[in-house]
Ligand binder design. Structure first.
Ligand code: 2BA
Length: 108
Protein backbone atom coordinates (compact mmCIF):
# COMPACT_ATOMS: atom_id res chain seq x y z
CA UNK A 1 0.00 0.00 0.00
CA UNK A 2 1.19 3.50 -0.88
CA UNK A 3 0.05 7.00 -0.03
CA UNK A 4 0.32 9.63 -2.75
CA UNK A 5 0.46 13.24 -1.55
CA UNK A 6 -0.21 15.52 -4.50
CA UNK A 7 -0.18 19.32 -4.28
CA UNK A 8 -2.29 20.86 -7.03
CA UNK A 9 -3.63 24.29 -7.95
CA UNK A 10 -7.02 25.19 -6.44
CA UNK A 11 -8.43 25.68 -9.96
CA UNK A 12 -7.40 22.16 -11.06
CA UNK A 13 -8.58 20.45 -7.89
CA UNK A 14 -12.22 19.73 -8.99
CA UNK A 15 -11.23 18.04 -12.28
CA UNK A 16 -8.36 16.06 -10.70
CA UNK A 17 -10.56 14.87 -7.86
CA UNK A 18 -13.50 13.94 -10.07
CA UNK A 19 -11.26 12.09 -12.54
CA UNK A 20 -9.57 10.14 -9.75
CA UNK A 21 -12.87 9.16 -8.12
CA UNK A 22 -14.39 8.26 -11.50
CA UNK A 23 -11.46 5.89 -12.01
CA UNK A 24 -12.05 4.22 -8.66
CA UNK A 25 -9.52 5.99 -6.42
CA UNK A 26 -10.32 7.15 -2.89
CA UNK A 27 -9.26 10.77 -2.38
CA UNK A 28 -9.12 13.20 0.53
CA UNK A 29 -8.41 16.87 -0.16
CA UNK A 30 -6.88 19.33 2.28
CA UNK A 31 -6.84 23.11 1.86
CA UNK A 32 -3.18 24.08 2.05
CA UNK A 33 -0.99 27.11 1.40
CA UNK A 34 2.28 27.22 -0.53
CA UNK A 35 5.13 28.62 1.52
CA UNK A 36 6.62 30.66 -1.32
CA UNK A 37 3.59 32.33 -2.90
CA UNK A 38 1.45 32.25 0.26
CA UNK A 39 -1.36 31.27 -2.10
CA UNK A 40 -3.95 28.60 -1.45
CA UNK A 41 -3.52 25.22 -3.06
CA UNK A 42 -4.92 21.73 -2.49
CA UNK A 43 -3.16 18.69 -1.15
CA UNK A 44 -4.70 15.38 -2.17
CA UNK A 45 -4.22 12.21 -0.12
CA UNK A 46 -4.68 9.08 -2.21
CA UNK A 47 -4.22 5.64 -0.66
CA UNK A 48 -3.65 3.01 -3.33
CA UNK A 49 -1.77 -0.09 -4.44
CA UNK A 50 1.72 0.28 -5.89
CA UNK A 51 0.65 -0.86 -9.37
CA UNK A 52 -1.78 2.06 -9.63
CA UNK A 53 0.78 4.81 -9.02
CA UNK A 54 1.50 5.31 -12.73
CA UNK A 55 -2.22 5.76 -13.44
CA UNK A 56 -2.37 8.49 -10.79
CA UNK A 57 0.68 10.23 -12.28
CA UNK A 58 -0.97 10.12 -15.73
CA UNK A 59 -4.18 11.64 -14.36
CA UNK A 60 -2.20 14.41 -12.63
CA UNK A 61 -0.34 15.10 -15.90
CA UNK A 62 -3.56 15.25 -17.92
CA UNK A 63 -5.62 17.36 -15.51
CA UNK A 64 -3.13 19.81 -13.93
CA UNK A 65 -1.84 22.63 -16.05
CA UNK A 66 1.35 24.57 -15.54
CA UNK A 67 0.75 28.29 -15.04
CA UNK A 68 2.58 31.50 -14.25
CA UNK A 69 1.76 33.09 -10.91
CA UNK A 70 2.96 36.34 -9.39
CA UNK A 71 4.32 36.48 -5.89
CA UNK A 72 2.09 38.81 -3.85
CA UNK A 73 3.48 41.52 -1.60
CA UNK A 74 4.49 39.98 1.70
CA UNK A 75 5.93 43.01 3.47
CA UNK A 76 3.05 42.98 5.95
CA UNK A 77 4.16 39.54 7.04
CA UNK A 78 7.68 40.75 7.81
CA UNK A 79 9.13 38.35 5.27
CA UNK A 80 11.02 40.86 3.12
CA UNK A 81 14.25 38.90 3.30
CA UNK A 82 12.80 35.65 2.02
CA UNK A 83 13.73 34.54 -1.53
CA UNK A 84 11.85 36.14 -4.40
CA UNK A 85 10.50 39.67 -4.55
CA UNK A 86 6.85 40.71 -4.59
CA UNK A 87 5.56 40.82 -8.16
CA UNK A 88 8.10 38.23 -9.32
CA UNK A 89 6.51 35.73 -11.70
CA UNK A 90 7.18 32.04 -11.12
CA UNK A 91 6.09 28.95 -13.01
CA UNK A 92 3.91 26.80 -10.82
CA UNK A 93 4.04 23.18 -11.79
CA UNK A 94 1.04 21.14 -12.81
CA UNK A 95 1.29 18.99 -9.71
CA UNK A 96 3.95 18.15 -7.14
CA UNK A 97 3.67 14.64 -5.75
CA UNK A 98 5.28 12.43 -3.14
CA UNK A 99 4.80 8.65 -2.88
CA UNK A 100 5.08 7.21 0.64
CA UNK A 101 5.04 3.66 1.98
CA UNK A 102 2.06 2.89 4.20
CA UNK A 103 2.85 0.66 7.17
CA UNK A 104 -0.74 -0.12 8.05
CA UNK A 105 -4.12 0.64 6.53
CA UNK A 106 -7.58 -0.19 7.74
CA UNK A 107 -11.13 0.93 8.33
CA UNK A 108 -12.82 0.00 11.60
P1 2BA B 1 4.72 27.52 -3.26
O1 2BA B 1 5.64 27.21 -2.13
O2 2BA B 1 3.84 28.72 -3.09
O3 2BA B 1 5.63 27.69 -4.58
C1 2BA B 1 5.08 28.16 -5.80
C2 2BA B 1 6.13 28.18 -6.89
O4 2BA B 1 7.16 29.11 -6.53
C3 2BA B 1 6.85 26.84 -7.08
O5 2BA B 1 6.10 26.03 -7.97
C4 2BA B 1 8.20 27.27 -7.64
O6 2BA B 1 8.09 27.58 -9.04
C5 2BA B 1 8.45 28.59 -6.90
N1 2BA B 1 9.23 28.41 -5.68
C6 2BA B 1 8.86 27.77 -4.54
N2 2BA B 1 9.82 27.86 -3.60
C7 2BA B 1 10.81 28.58 -4.15
C8 2BA B 1 12.09 29.03 -3.66
N3 2BA B 1 12.51 28.74 -2.41
N4 2BA B 1 12.87 29.78 -4.50
C9 2BA B 1 12.45 30.08 -5.75
N5 2BA B 1 11.24 29.69 -6.27
C10 2BA B 1 10.44 28.94 -5.48
P2 2BA B 1 6.05 24.44 -7.74
O7 2BA B 1 7.44 23.91 -7.55
O8 2BA B 1 5.25 23.88 -8.85
O9 2BA B 1 5.30 24.21 -6.35
C11 2BA B 1 3.89 24.42 -6.20
C12 2BA B 1 3.50 24.20 -4.75
O10 2BA B 1 3.76 22.83 -4.42
C13 2BA B 1 4.33 25.01 -3.75
O11 2BA B 1 3.74 26.30 -3.59
C14 2BA B 1 4.23 24.16 -2.48
O12 2BA B 1 2.96 24.34 -1.87
C15 2BA B 1 4.26 22.75 -3.06
N6 2BA B 1 5.62 22.18 -3.11
C16 2BA B 1 6.44 22.16 -4.18
N7 2BA B 1 7.58 21.52 -3.89
C17 2BA B 1 7.48 21.13 -2.60
C18 2BA B 1 8.34 20.42 -1.70
N8 2BA B 1 9.57 19.98 -2.08
N9 2BA B 1 7.92 20.20 -0.44
C19 2BA B 1 6.69 20.65 -0.04
N10 2BA B 1 5.83 21.33 -0.84
C20 2BA B 1 6.22 21.56 -2.11
Amino acid sequence: MKLVLAIVNNDDSPIVTSTLTRDGFFVTTLSTTGGFLNAGNRTLLIGTEEDKIDTIKDILKQTCSTRKQKKASDSSLGRGLYPGSPGEEVTVGGATYFVLDVEDFGKV
